[in-house]
Design a protein around this ligand. Structure first.
Ligand code: ADP
Ligand code: ADP
Length: 222
């Protein structure tokens, strides 16, 4: 599903955020990406999302060679990747429903189709009854679930989450992880960046460990 071959990323200021990274992720895997702040986790995810280009090496995602993808193909490519952020980036000038509907409106789906898919996504995160509310009145955990509903509403084959539990207490983190597991069980490939060691221990999944831009670990627990 994802393959990095000797991938390096040097930013315009000359800083090398990732150095010669190699790994492969099978379809349907759920794995974690860890490392201290500044280790390169976000950069790695941005490369997968085509928000940044590698300076060296090859990235294959779902059969696409990202170096060969034209900029006009990128929006279509991104529809297959759901993204969840720590600060969930919800819009507080519209309802929960409209937040989740946004990617579908951009994709140009019909009203009817949007309604069906948004309610299906909100149902999966148990927020169907809150669709009319402004997300500002929701709790942190509920807001994160709205972010997850928005990430999956396009039925992506892959979900990338950057510190999705960073602001949540352990109980709510667990709830969010349960949701990710449920999506994983129906075949979605999931990569989660987290530096929460307790969470990593509990999950007992494959972990890619980054230190200063180098991949120093690939396997379960350290
Ligand atoms: P985090 O550690 O939470 O992943 P950072 O604080 O490293 O995030 O980065 C926040 C944002 O600022 C990111 O989008 C990153 O690309 C950008 N950024 C970080 N460091 C620099 C820098 N030295 N120059 C320009 N942009 C940067
Ligand atoms: P993490 O997500 O693990 O905190 P990042 O990928 O955000 O790490 O950042 C890795 C390193 O790259 C950091 O030192 C950060 O300051 C630097 N960096 C991130 N984005 C940029 C950018 N746009 N320009 C220059 N340096 C950056």
């Amino acid at each position: 599903m994802i393959r990095f071959d000797n991938v390096s990323k040097r930013y315009d200021n000359g800083f090398e955020a990732l150095s010669r990274i190699n790994f492969a992720v099978e379809p349907g895997e759920m794995l974690f990406l860890t490392g201290h702040s500044g280790a390169g986790k976000s950069t790695l995810m941005k490369l997968i999302m085509q928000m940044e280009r590698p300076s060296h090496g090859q990235i294959m995602v779902d059969g696409h060679d990202l170096n060969r993808m034209s900029s006009s193909q990128i929006p279509y490519y991104r529809r297959n990747i759901g993204v969840v952020f720590q600060n969930h980036q919800l819009l507080f000038d519209r309802s929960v429903f409209d937040n989740v509907a946004l990617p579908l409106q951009i994709a140009g789906l019909s009203h009817h189709e949007i309604g069906k898919r948004v309610r299906a996504a909100l149902d999966k995160v148990s927020l169907l009854e809150k669709e009319r509310l402004n997300p500002i009145v929701l709790s942190g955990g509920e807001q994160q679930r709205v972010g997850i509903a928005r990430a999956v509403v396009n039925k992506p084959t892959m979900l990338l989450a950057d510190e999705p539990t960073g602001n949540l207490d352990p109980e709510l983190s667990e709830e969010i992880m349960t949701l990710f597991r449920q999506f994983n069980e129906v075949g979605v490939t999931i990569m989660i960046a987290s530096h929460d060691v307790e969470l990593l221990k509990r999950m007992n999944k494959r972990i890619l460990g980054l230190v200063e831009g180098k991949l120093v670990h690939d396997g379960v627990l350290w």
